[in-house]
Write a protein that binds this ligand. Structure first.
Ligand code: GDP
Ligand code: MN
Length: 392
């Protein structure tokens, strides 16, 4: 689950990370009032940033500075309602603008190959990291946290040194890197990314010039499977921007991931779903989705799953593969028959149900004239043929 910058920044603040203050605004009037507070607090400029769950807002015109409350109102009314990569901007953050000296990149991700949490840093911040990875991969430095000990200070220091930080900025970097690691762990995040992590110029109490590292932008993706452990984070879901298909799947308790093939797959169990997709590919087809209805699915869930599959116009055939344990075959068959009677369009379907109540399922399917298969190989092969429009 992606969360908005403002919410990501709140999670960073909880871990004690340096984030410039901000306020959320939904109308030009709110922008004006917030901007006025920042000017009253001594800021010479304010920054106004679109809150949408896509990157590259700056380039798209969704990040602007303003030097007066009136200018902020005008900029705010231009950004609110703006379309950024197909998403309408409904809210912005308003904050005191900082004086940027240099922009760095710092991200924390899970590296599935090494099964570790990896920190990545680059002195080429502010631009999209994918672009840096493509044009200048050597500019990205990495370090893996220890699964038991976490991210040790010397590791963070090594990363900071690699991107060219020294002295006080290096010390600040170590605290930030460890804070990002802590944010990742505390919230079961998949990704915590600060781009830019900026060196900003300031003045100390005595009037001397200072430099500080601050998190100017924040992107956090939470692990959906970890959300059950953090009920409070559920409120950060932005339903305005959630894909409607994803929202329906989530409400049905179905694990659903859209792919670009033509064979819709409905399976119980993640491992079986992967095997099913492998066999579809083995017989020359392409799966249109990954779909795991979970254990013990009732007929309503099965019907909902078929509806989700049929919503994808690329689907040319459906392959149902159920290994009944706690899932009852007859219950699945009933759901399929219900779906058939109310479905939005005609798509051929092959059903393989084995295990609990398979005989009852077979009888129901036969009476409803649904195409069945006994082995998974046979089912996959038939589905691929049907998707290619072959006659049986
Ligand atoms: P993104 O384009 O969606 O990644 O949005 P960012 O929050 O990263 O903002 C884009 C760029 O705007 C940053 O890389 C900065 O260069 C600039 N920016 C953001 N906040 C400030 C600020 O307070 N002061 C100044 N001068 N520039 C800012
Ligand atoms: Mn950014």
């Amino acid at each position: 689950m992606k969360i908005q910058e403002a919410d990501a920044k709140s999670l960073l603040v909880t871990q004690g990370l340096p984030v410039p203050a901000w306020e959320l605004a939904r109308t030009p009037g709110e922008v004006k009032a917030a901007a006025q507070r920042f000017f009253d607090a001594g800021n010479a400029k304010v920054v106004i940033k679109a809150q949408v769950l896509v990157g590259g807002r700056g380039k798209a015109g969704g990040v602007k500075l303003a030097a007066s409350a009136d200018e902020a109102t005008e900029v705010g009314s231009r950004i609110l309602g703006m379309d950024i990569k197909g998403i309408t901007v409904r809210k912005v953050i308003v904050g005191g603008a900082v004086d940027i000296v240099k922009e760095y990149y710092l991200g924390v991700i899970i590296d599935r190959a090494t099964r570790r949490i990896v920190l990545m840093a680059s002195a080429e911040g502010g631009v999209e990291i994918e672009e840096v990875a493509r044009a200048n991969p050597g500019a990205i430095h990495r370090v893996s946290a220890d699964p038991q000990l976490g991210l040790l200070a010397f590791q963070a220091r090594g990363l900071g040194l690699a991107v060219g930080l020294r002295d006080s900025l290096l010390t600040q970097f170590v605290a930030i890197a460890q804070g990002l690691y802590a944010t990742m762990k505390a919230n079961d995040a998949d990704l915590v990314e600060i781009n830019p992590l900026a060196v900003v110029a300031g003045t100390a109490a005595g009037g001397s010039a200072t430099q500080q590292l601050v998190c100017l932008d924040a992107k956090i993706t939470l692990d959906d499977s970890g959300l059950a452990r953090h009920p409070a984070l559920e409120s950060l879901r932005d339903s305005d921007e959630e894909d409607p298909t994803d929202a329906r799947a989530r409400k049905l308790g179905i694990n659903f991931i859209r792919l670009d093939g033509t064979i819709g797959c409905m399976v119980n169990g993640a491992g079986l779903a992967m095997t099913t997709m492998d066999l579809v590919k083995h017989y020359g087809g392409e799966p249109a989705n990954f779909l795991d209805v979970g254990g013990g699915a009732r007929h309503e869930t099965v019907r909902g799953a078929i509806e989700l599959i049929l919503d994808d116009p690329n689907v040319k055939a459906i392959l149902v593969n159920i290994f009944g344990g706690i899932t009852r075959g007859d219950e699945v068959a009933a759901g399929l028959i219900e779906a058939r009677s109310s479905q939005s369009r005609e798509v051929p379907m092959v059903v393989r149900i084995v295990g609990t109540n398979a005989e009852e399922a077979a009888r129901l399917l036969r009476e409803a004239h649904l195409e069945t298969a006994t082995s998974l190989d046979e089912a996959a092969e038939k589905a691929v043929a049907l998707a290619k429009g072959a006659t049986r």
